[in-house]
Ligand binder design. Structure first.
Ligand code: SAM
Length: 284
């Protein structure tokens, strides 16, 4: 009997392990270390620099929550920019809306996309939708060069604020996102886990940078077993729409989408935060 395990270090004192069937691909790109595995509990999955990115069992949680909250708040979103997101799961969810006209995806590492197209078809299956344009470059630079008010929604589907993703948590980046968003534009971005502060206050500082720029800035939560602590946060920042006051469940339900995690009750509930998370954000 094989007894192979993938282990991710959540902190120097806390680790998470998955029993694997096979470690079937490994390579180093100019940006990061890429590894693909097959497992008993979570199906196929891949890691970047040893950190879980997406697996067949729970990717739906993350991709539902990064996509549908904004679309149920502003159903008129037509032009979308995805930054990172190389596995294609976020693009897959956005392509489900027939009224979306354009989806630009900017991924720094082409190898992530190519390997997910080969090994993780469940997430990458819509990258060839005719509305999708793939750009292989740094999202930081792409947003800097983007035309003013050219997107209605920016989804930052990035890695953690270390390595190539670091620039996507800076004031410069958020300022350029603000400029690139239309008058009723929305920005969704990673806020990591409230339990582990691996980057010494990096997330709180990033939250403050967004709060200082956008008139509406909220945080919402969801539960995903394979991300550190299983409790994850996204930021919702907007120039006009409030995700609770302007939430349009009836309009969203007219789209007729079947979702496995997101629903209109979850939308509202996800903005109700535990006291320790609220306090942490207030301190920022
Ligand atoms: N759901 C994932 C998570 O939080 O674990 C994120 C998945 S997605 C694979 C993250 C992608 O962001 C990676 O493929 C990485 O190459 C990309 N990325 C990191 N920094 C970037 C940058 N500066 N510009 C564009 N893409 C970037």
């Amino acid at each position: 009997m094989l007894n192979l395990w993938f282990t991710e270090e959540w902190t120097p004192e806390c680790r998470f392990s998955i029993k694997i069937k096979e470690h079937f691909h490994t390579e180093k790109s100019p940006f990061q270390q890429l590894d693909f595995f097959d497992s008993y509990e979570f199906g196929k999955f891949f890691t970047l620099d040893g950190i879980m990115m997406a697996n067949e069992k729970d990717e739906f949680v993350y991709h539902d929550m990064i996509s549908h909250v904004a679309l149920a708040t502003n159903p008129n979103i037509k032009k979308v920019l995805v930054i990172g997101g190389g596995d294609g799961g976020t693009v897959r969810e956005i392509t489900r809306y027939s009224h979306i006209e354009k989806i630009d995806m900017v991924e720094i590492d082409e190898r992530v996309v190519r390997l997910c197209q080969k090994y993780l078809v469940q997430t990458s299956c819509k990258l060839e939708d005719p509305r999708v344009n793939l750009y292989f470059q740094d999202g930081l630079k792409f947003v800097e060069d983007a035309k003013e008010k050219s997107y209605d929604l920016i989804l930052v589907d990035s890695t953690d604020p270390i390595g190539p993703g670091e620039g996507l948590f800076t004031k410069k980046f958020y300022t350029n996102c603000f400029r690139a968003l239309s008058e009723d534009g929305i920005l969704i971005n990673q806020h990591e886990s409230p339990y582990f502060d691996k980057e010494a206050g990096q997330m709180k500082r990033a939250h403050k940078r967004i709060k200082d720029l956008f008139p509406i800035s909220k945080v919402y939560q969801f539960h995903i077993p394979t991300y550190p602590s299983g409790h994850w946060l996204f930021g919702f920042a907007s120039k006009k729409y409030d995700p609770i006051a302007d939430h349009k469940p009836e309009e969203w339900e007219k789209f007729g989408l079947k979702t496995k995690y997101y629903n209109s009750e979850i939308h509202k509930a996800s903005f109700a935060l535990p006291t320790f998370v609220k306090e942490m954000l207030e301190e920022s």
